[in-house]
Design a protein around this ligand. Structure first.
Ligand SMILES: Cc1ncc(COP(=O)(O)O)c(C=O)c1O
Length: 385
């Protein structure tokens, strides 16, 4: 038997990053994950939850997808890390180039932070400029966290180099380019966040970056393999110079990829990009299996339909709530929109009823009728309460 109270105590004492409010039970006890299956996660206490966070969006095919699991098991027999590229690197790179519009060449990393940093460093190297415009979250590295004044430990000297832009505000971006003429190396953004891109927004950024000699980088960490096989760039028909993928790329194993123009990816050796585990093969085996599923099936189409169905059912469920509550964003990456305290209460009540979300709803292909009905019932009861 697991000593759950003991583990909770040890976890609280030992883990540098532990639990958020949303990962506590109604009694304020930390949830400890035991196993996942499809769209479900089970905690050590034996409670099962319909999971809408799905490994922060990494598990678009669901927990323990049989083809991904089989690929990882088979990979164990061949060795996990080598001193020169393994054939899997080449095969996954080929699959990425066949799916993603901007991808001519590929470099692997482990985290989204790795490849976003690499993209910005390439942009600074090729333009000889240091300024960066950013929108969204691009990882925890200094260059981007410098825009977040609340974070400590980041050299103040970096703060002036990164300029936050407001999603959808093309005039604002034009203004920053004018104010910092000749200083901007790149615009990096999540091509879609909590709303669909306004008409002309992505196209406008493409034109502005070209006009000012800056690179356009799409951070497709969340959109990649979720809104379309080739990411938001395929969905909206705007091709960036570089793009960053991760999360759903290997369906829950640690892998990220910087893809883009060959002449830019070729700059990587000049910018000291590298890491020991870059070519680790179990994640690459998982990615190859994952991408083969995407090549064969319209995963993004399924996620869209599941998300639409969920939105439809939850919209009805929220009807019992006296204040405005809704799901916003693309169906495959939705956000619960409500006043903060109401949102917190709704999520806590739903959690007690076996539905887990941090406020984002990131469907996987294993979310079916049963999971959606259970979620709708939980949020209907929460809304009435
Ligand atoms: C859009 C986006 N970019 C970059 C990152 C950073 O990725 P990682 O946490 O793998 O470093 C995240 C992580 O949530 C993300 O959502």
């Amino acid at each position: 038997m697991n000593d759950v109270p003991g583990l909770r105590r040890r976890g609280r004492a030992l883990l540098g990053i532990g639990w958020r409010d949303e990962s506590l039970t109604a009694e304020g006890e930390p949830l400890i994950a035991n196993r996942g299956d499809g769209a479900w996660v089970e905690d050590l206490g034996g409670q099962r939850f319909v999971d809408w966070n799905m490994g922060f969006g990494a598990l678009a095919l669901g927990y323990r997808h049989p083809e991904v699991d089989a690929a990882v098991s088979a990979g164990l027999a061949e060795g996990t890390i080598f001193s020169f590229p393994h054939r899997l690197e080449i095969e996954v790179a080929e699959l990425l180039c066949s799916m993603i519009p901007c991808a001519e060449k590929v470099a692997f990393g482990k985290n989204g932070s790795d490849v976003c940093t690499a993209a910005v460093r390439i942009a600074r190297a090729v333009t000889g400029r240091e300024g960066v415009l950013q929108c969204g979250y691009h990882g925890f590295h200094d260059w981007t966290i410098a825009a977040n004044r609340a974070a400590e430990g980041v050299p103040a000297v970096l703060r002036g180099l990164v300029h936050p832009l407001v999603y959808g505000d093309l005039e604002g971006v034009r203004g920053i380019f004018a104010e910092h003429a000749g200083q901007i190396a790149a615009v990096i953004l999540e091509p879609m966040r909590e709303t669909l891109p306004p008409p002309g927004w992505l196209e406008g950024l493409r034109a502005l970056t070209q006009a000012h000699g800056a690179l356009l980088v799409f951070d497709e960490m969340v959109t990649g393999f979720r809104v379309a096989r080739g990411g938001a760039q395929a969905l909206f028909g705007v091709t960036p110079d570089l793009a960053c993928f991760g999360k759903a790329l290997a369906n829950g194993l640690p892998l990220s990829a910087l893809v883009g123009r060959a002449d830019l990816i070729d700059v990587l050796p000049r910018v000291a990009y590298g890491m020991t585990m870059r070519g680790e093969t179990l994640a690459l085996a998982a990615a190859r299996a994952t991408l083969r599923v995407h090549a064969r099936e319209d995963v993004a189409g399924k996620l869209h339909d599941i998300g639409m169905h969920l939105r439809d059912r939850l919209t009805k469920a929220f009807g019992g709530c006296p204040e405005e509550v809704r799901l916003g964003g693309h169906p495959a990456m939705q956000t619960l929109i409500a006043a903060p305290e109401l949102r917190r209460r709704l999520l806590a009540l739903a959690r007690s009823a076996g539905v887990f979300s941090f406020g984002h709803f990131l469907p996987c292909v294993a979310h079916g009728e049963q999971e959606i009905e259970l979620s709708a019932a939980a949020f209907a009861a929460a809304s009435r309460a």
